[in-house]
Design a protein around this ligand. Sequence first.
Ligand code: NAP
Length: 466
Amino acid sequence: MSNTLIEFFYLLAAVCFILGLKGLGHPRTAVAGNVLAAAGMLIAIIVTLLDQRIVGFSVIIAGFAAGSIGGAVMAYRAPMTAMPQMVAVFNGFGGAASMLAAGAALEEVLTGELVEPLGLRFTVSTAAAAIIGAVAFSGSMIAFAKLQGIISERPILLPGRHFMNAGMLVACLGLSAWLVMEPTSATPVWAIGIVATVLGITLVIPIGGADMPVVICLLNAYSGAAAAGLGWVLNNSVLVIAGSLVGASGFILTALMCRAMNRSLANVIFAGVGAVAASEAESEDIYAGRVKSASPEEVAMLMDGARRVVIVPGYGLAVAHGQYAAQDLTRVLEARGVEVEFGIHPVAGRMPGHMNVLLAEADVPYEKLKEMDEINPTFKQTDVVLVVGANDVVNPLARKADPSIPIAGMPILDVDQARTVVIIKRSLSPGFAGIPNPLFAAENSLMLYGDAKKMITALVGAFKEA
Ligand code: NAP
């Protein structure tokens, strides 16, 4: 295949990526966008396989088979709630692949197997792909281990960590300078790989589990940047474009998530939030003698007399797979003339858009899902708010300017302004941030203890019996 033809198909693939990303911006066009981006990737893969520069098909087929089987098994077995750690693993592999491929390309150029000028473009992009790729790899593995519970979710604050990290960064830059000035051996790249791998570990280990999804987005951006760097190494335009798109969208998502939590990126990365857990005594102070509970029948009666009900879903709804029950409840309430809407917090659940995806699965109409800014002014006119498996996103402690509170300053759903708040969860256990929630002890709150799916189903049952 001629170079012009290859470049033409790469351009076509890039157009598919960009239009696909645009489609992913709205739930209605997301599936088509995904298919278009995947088609772009298929074009890019086929064209690359037809390129004369590839070594041979046997290694590619073996790698393709091993990767596809491994990926399919992982995707099939991972529950929806484990998606963030799954994304972390994939990011990590992407970062490692970029680092290893950049190093291998340098080895090949040195032995004459690959013909590329050993100029500034080649050496700088090799060093960049190695640093960013290795940090993305080891950082993602630590993020995975934390979210999977393999190591503690709490921030592990190593003494002198900022100096240590700065030292390792300087070492990586020094090794890069060596490679640029004297590109006669691949040793500096492999040394960069080792130092940057340790750097990735020490950068991520002081970050608490609650901040891990933000870190995963950032590492996703890094893995994109590493792939773009590799694209420069291999002089492959589609890799540069795809890597840049992943990098840019990862950085934008990271910024949006930080904004939703009212935190700066520096605060997420360096503050070690969550190092101190809430004590039993603190929870006891807030809850003692103040928490009231109700039965599904009592809550059904309350809702039956309501004109407007807002359902606020959280991580617990996903754990319980209660989305279909929530849609049933919506239908039952609407049949009785009750207006029902869903209040969606941008960081409810464990990944961006988690609640939207969950409720879309159960065919909850998209128009019913109201974002925080839109739903907050309506809570004062809401008779009943049903908080289902949500905790941090409705915790009034977030309104306090106390730096010891991990979610201080995070905008929340103002459910406490509604006439009655019913909270479905199994106990008074804290949410992801590990702090008690005064909402559970508020005057207008009622706890409906139990699994989210079971309790919503019981509510629907109570309506049907009535
Ligand atoms: P949350 O604060 O983690 O609380 C979830 C609650 O669900 C828990 O208190 C738990 O209480 C309850 N629960 C668990 N399983 C349940 C079940 N089967 N049935 C009923 N309840 C169940 O969740 P959230 O309010 O959605 O807040 C999300 C948190 O994740 C925030 O701290 C946010 O900052 C963080 N986070 C999210 C993202 C994102 O992209 N979405 C990103 C970064 C951080 P019980 O054990 O008592 O049932």
